[in-house]
Design a protein around this ligand. Structure first.
Ligand code: PLP
Length: 397
């Protein structure tokens, strides 16, 4: 290297790099991992549910029986037996999903990015729920859309609101089951109405469904994909039913779109790891999830009930919250004058963490809201954490 001083590079970032924003949740999680912190912040599944021995046996089997295939490059669209399994699991009498419609992705988060890449231009209108999944807002934001927030209530988004704003939009992003962040579920009537409205408008309806299998009580409501497979793009994931560390999800789309998504994926990472796809196929192919998922549901249902009871006992009048029927989240609305970001600072000082609601809004953040996740915390710690939070809130009421 020459001895004279070399100037530091003045990085010229691309416009889209300027739109990249860190996730608030990841920042909070850095604090929340401290063992003394009771964290309701993460969106992480409980590691108690990970089928470690089963995965280990499957890794051993795949590597010893088919190591030369499992460790080789593979096709971009994914491991065919697993794509067939996904297609079969989504097909119902009268509606067949073809394996050609399935693209395996590196988590369903990658599917969000690929959808953004092939459907969103700068300034494109993108319709989202109020509030919506922060990771989707992050993924789509890179492509510079104009977000339109759709009104909703505890029963999910209001389909009648779509007709007036949907014309010319590129997509509608919906979370029908135990939504992240609110835990709410879209009723059957609203699903039918939403599918119908989007079909009439020629508007692609994105159905993001990582929590659909985690229903505590009733059988899950029909997927919108099965109501209109030519207009609905469905995203699923093994993160909440097996483990998130394997990074395996999928997107199911009509053929013209799935081929574009495949090309976008090819450019991004060639394909999702063959080894993990083969291992997951080995784990799920003989019906393991039919016995495994009920154990996850039972654990989450118990922790959800514990948190709901604690909220009733310890939160003051004037605070409301959702009553999820599945999934991992409860959404709390505080009295209007309390800003949950400020409350978080006070809570962390008392070793309790949650996620403030504002980042989940694409437009017009509502600051007196927050998200609580109950699945990784023991019942005793849930009660302790909610009691502390309740005292902090009561002091401001
Ligand atoms: C609604 C929603 N969609 C997508 C994802 C991404 O999941 P993964 O990439 O692990 O499949 C998450 C993760 O928490 C989520 O909550």
């Amino acid at each position: 290297m020459p001895t004279e001083k070399i100037p530091a590079i003045a990085w010229q970032f691309a416009e889209r790099a300027r739109r990249l924003q860190g996730s608030v949740i990841r920042e909070i999680l850095k604090i929340a991992v401290r063992p003394e912190v009771i964290s309701f912040a993460g969106g992480l599944p409980s590691p108690d549910t990970f089928p470690v021995a089963r995965m280990q046996a499957a890794f051993d089997k795949v590597l010893s029986a088919s190591g030369r295939i499992a460790l080789q490059y593979g096709p971009t669209d994914g491991y065919l037996p697993l794509r067939e399994w996904v297609a079969n699991s989504l097909s119902i009498p009268g509606t067949t999903i073809a394996p050609e419609q399935v693209l395996m992705t590196s988590g369903s988060q990658q599917a969000l990015d690929l959808i953004g890449k092939v459907l969103i231009d700068e300034g494109s209108k993108v319709l989202v729920e109020t509030p919506s999944y922060l990771g989707a807002l992050q993924a789509f934001s890179v492509y510079g859309p104009e977000f339109v927030s759709l009104p909703g209530d505890e029963g999910g988004l209001l389909p009648e609101a779509v007709a007036s704003v949907g014309a010319g939009a590129r997509l509608l992003y919906a979370l029908p089951n135990f939504q992240n962040p609110t835990g709410r579920t879209l009723s059957l009537e609203r699903r039918l109405a939403l599918v119908d409205t989007c079909a009439r408008l020629g508007l692609p309806l994105i159905e993001d469904d990582p929590y659909g299998a985690l229903s505590y009580r009733a059988a899950p409501l029909p997927k919108m994909l099965t109501m209109h497979p030519d207009g609905v793009v469905y995203m699923g994931s093994f993160s909440k039913t097996l483990t998130p560390g394997i990074r395996l999800g999928y997107v199911v789309a009509p053929l013209p779109l799935v081929r574009k998504l495949e090309l976008a994926k090819q450019a991004a990472d060639l394909h999702t790891a063959t080894l993990t796809q083969m291992v997951v196929y080995e784990v799920v192919k003989d019906g393991f999830l039919d016995t495994h998922i009920p154990t996850i549901r039972a654990l989450y249902a118990e922790r959800c009930a514990t948190m709901l009871a604690a909220l009733t006992s310890f939160f003051p009048a004037g605070v409301t919250w959702t009553q999820p029927e599945g999934g991992m989240f409860i959404w709390v609305t505080l009295p209007a004058h309390i800003d949950s970001t400020q409350l978080l600072d006070q809570a962390i000082a008392q070793n309790v963490a949650f996620v403030p609601g504002a980042p989940f809004y694409a437009t017009n953040p509502v600051r007196n809201t927050l998200r609580l996740s109950f699945v990784t915390v023991t019942p005793e710690r849930i009660r302790e954490g909610i009691e502390k939070l309740g005292k902090l809130i009561a002091a401001q009421c």
